[in-house]
Design a protein around this ligand. Structure first.
Ligand SMILES: *[C@@H]1O[C@H](CO)[C@@H](O)[C@H](O)[C@H]1NC(C)=O
Ligand SMILES: *[C@@H]1O[C@H](CO)[C@@H](O)[C@H](O)[C@H]1NC(C)=O
Ligand SMILES: *[C@@H]1O[C@H](CO)[C@@H](O)[C@H](O)[C@H]1NC(C)=O
Length: 225
């Protein structure tokens, strides 16, 4: 089945469910807590795009708004070398593993806790057995929130990667204190020519396909509104 059609059906189903539900509808998704640790199961559902890398990943997301930093620790299935995606509020992102590093400069900082404000309500739907309110924002994301606890449950990116992320755990207030984990390694700071040689293709491809990168793009787009 074509994926956009599935999306349309999903939204239709959610809308029908909402119409028959008697529960109250919140004004919008709860803002993200200022600090949390989430474990996300990631499925890059458009495998044609994913053909250069495994489509299944585990993300450890450490969101730290007071310190204006965000860390995604990305483990591809059965890979022993996790990828780090460390974002700073000055727009610098370091994307590295033990051998390679990419530094990106974007025009925006870390996503603010209220980044979902203004999202459009799509209805109510059960996903992973959890009763959720569903919102969409800017043709970019469909976001599922636990109707009971208001914790995030899942989101789907509406781009060619078809990345879907499922929140497996969500620990409010948990901070990654170990500064060594945030520090980009020495091989991120080599001169340009050497860095170029060190780059391998998996990382440079991965960069355009990863959820962390999509959030970064979204922050850029949102800032332009
Ligand atoms: C990942 O997504 C693909 C495409 O939708 C699906 O066929 C597959 O079952 C999913 N895998 C898991 C482990 O959820
Ligand atoms: C942004 O901040 C990080 C962390 O402090 C630093 O490593 C990086 O060099 C800074 N980038 C710029 C462009 O100043
Ligand atoms: C999946 O990826 C291919 C490119 O590999 C793209 O042409 C297609 O539109 C994508 N599918 C969806 C549903 O976005």
């Amino acid at each position: 089945m074509a994926w956009p059609l599935l999306q349309v059906l999903l939204i239709a189903a959610a809308t029908t469910a909402a119409a028959s539900s008697s529960g109250t509808t919140p004004d919008g998704p709860a803002p993200w807590p200022e600090q949390f640790h989430a474990v996300l199961f990631t499925n890059l559902t458009n495998v044609s795009v994913a053909s250069t890398g495994p489509p299944l990943r585990l993300h450890d997301l450490y969101y730290d708004w007071p310190r204006r930093r965000n860390l995604n620790l990305i483990r591809h299935q059965l890979s022993g070398d996790p990828l780090y995606d460390v974002e700073w509020n000055n727009g610098t992102t370091f994307y590295f593993d033990t051998a390679t590093c990419r530094t990106l400069q974007v025009a925006v900082g870390v996503l603010p806790p209220g980044w979902l404000s203004g999202a459009a309500y799509l209805g109510r739907e059960t996903t992973g057995g959890i009763d959720c309110h569903v919102w969409g924002k800017a043709g970019f994301i469909v976001y599922y929130e636990d109707a009971l606890t208001r914790r995030p449950v899942r989101w789907n990116f509406l781009d060619v990667t078809g990345i879907q992320q499922f929140v497996m755990s969500f620990e409010v207030g948990v901070v990654l204190e170990d500064d060594d984990q945030w520090q980009a390694p020495a091989h991120c700071f080599l001169d340009d020519a050497a860095n170029e040689d060190d780059d391998h293709i998996a990382v440079s491809n991965g960069i355009t396909m990863d959820a962390a990168r999509l959030f970064r793009n979204f922050a850029g787009a949102a800032a332009a509104y």
